[in-house]
Design a protein around this ligand. Structure first.
Ligand code: NAD
Ligand code: DAU
Length: 339
């Protein structure tokens, strides 16, 4: 089996490549990634060169995509994206380009090369925000109500995937997941940012009152869900993946400080994110029933593994908290990153 994985040098894409190689011994992977600030070739280190090939390229570049996509390809997994909400608030241009145009370019190439299945990695954020303490959850029937430019670009991508199936008969599956955490996540996102700052005894910037709720899932559980959707999903289906792990941001940050033995006084409340979604919660009953998938990593175990990975990989963190990231940090938080 041959698969094509875009965004493979990012956080989830790289975990997925490892998952796919382990899940199917006959699987060969072409990893395709532009290596933006979020892509890191080190995330793919140590893979078997007989089964894994890396190609640097842009999913918006038709020629590069057509050249890289194998002729006998069983699936395209589109993880490539601009993925950070705060960056989409500063400027949405790259989000429209990569997340929308890039998805369409991949769909066109998949059609031309008769790829067996197109798997679009989407997000629960396309469904907007849920009322606090309502007990309500997102289901596959929830409407698209994106609130950030990032979420709007991902919702638009989903619609192009739908249109490609309806119009051109491409076999497609869309997966939507909640907040992932785990090793190798770029430290602009909540969990790795708080771990990296705590390790350096720097302030932990919490937006607003810290009571926004996210539904957390360990990255390997997300990857097994995407694989299950590829293997067993219905053509045209949308699947929501979650691990029933709702937590406020303050609870998340305090668990990180507890694990590292650092004081809560490091928490610094800062201005809220514009348009900040209050609550996400996913009802995973459809995938549990239809795909036989279930999350297997608890928050306590997943966070322990994550904190340990960052603690043991300080050169990885130092290597990415440089250059452009420092200007971004200053622009969002109004303060310098000390280290
Ligand atoms: P990430 O930012 O860590 O990685 C994105 C990768 O895409 C990077 O390696 C980057 O170099 C690559 N990329 C960006 N633009 C590209 C382009 N034009 N051409 C080729 N490659 C390009 O993101 P992530 O957190 O790993 O997210 C992966 C996917 O999963 C995204 O589609 C995201 O929307 C989705 N998702 C993420 C989460 C989460 O919590 N992180 C949750 C649900 C869904
Ligand atoms: O829900 C899935 C989505 O989760 C993915 O589609 C996105 O790619 C991913 O970035 C993530 O989006 P969020 O905006 O929820 O994640 P982030 O880690 O940026 O923020 C999580 C929560 O923490 C959110 O309520 C904002 C808050 N936050 C975040 C940062 C970076 C803070 O309070 N302080 C911070 O410095």
């Amino acid at each position: 089996m041959n698969i094509f994985v875009t965004g493979a040098a990012g956080f989830i894409g790289s975990a997925f490549v490892r998952h796919a190689l382990a899940a199917d011994a006959g699987c060969s992977v072409v990893s395709f990634d532009l290596l933006t600030y979020a892509g890191n070739i080190e995330n793919l280190a140590g893979l078997d060169p007989r089964r894994h090939f890396f190609i640097k390229g842009d999913i918006c570049d038709r020629t590069a995509v057509n050249e890289a996509l194998p002729d006998d390809c069983d699936a395209v997994f589109n993880f490539a994206a601009e993925s950070h909400v705060d960056r989409s608030i500063l400027s949405a241009d790259d989000f429209v380009r990569t997340n929308v145009l890039g998805t369409q370019v991949l769909l066109d190439a998949a059609r031309e090369k008769k790829v067996r299945r197109f798997v679009q990695i989407s997000t629960d954020e396309v469904m907007g925000s849920l009322p606090e303490n309502s007990g309500e959850s997102f289901t596959e029937a929830s409407s698209l109500r994106p609130n950030s430019p990032y979420a709007a670009s991902k919702a638009a991508a989903e619609l192009f995937v739908r249109a490609a199936r309806q119009t051109h008969g491409i076999d497609t599956v869309v997966t939507r997941c909640g907040n992932n955490y785990g090793p190798r996540q770029f430290p602009e996102k909540l969990v790795p940012l708080m771990i990296a700052n705590a390790l350096n005894d720097q302030p932990l910037p919490v937006y607003g009152d810290g009571l926004n709720v996210r539904d957390w899932i360990y990255v390997d559980d997300h990857c097994s869900g995407v694989w299950a959707a590829f293997e067993k999903g219905r053509n045209g289906a949308v699947y929501n993946f979650g691990s029933r792990c709702e937590m406020t941001n303050l609870e998340v940050v305090r668990s990180i400080l507890d694990l590292l033995g650092k004081p809560y006084s490091l928490i610094k409340f800062v201005d809220d994110r514009p348009g900040h979604d209050r609550r996400y919660a996913i009802d995973p009953s459809l995938v549990e029933r239809e795909l036989g998938w279930k999350a297997s990593v608890s928050w306590d175990d997943g966070l322990k593994k994550t904190v340990q990975w960052y603690d043991e990989n300080k050169p990885w963190i130092d290597g990415v908290r440089t250059g452009e990231y420092r200007s971004f940090y200053k622009a969002v938080y109004g303060m310098d990153l000390a280290k």
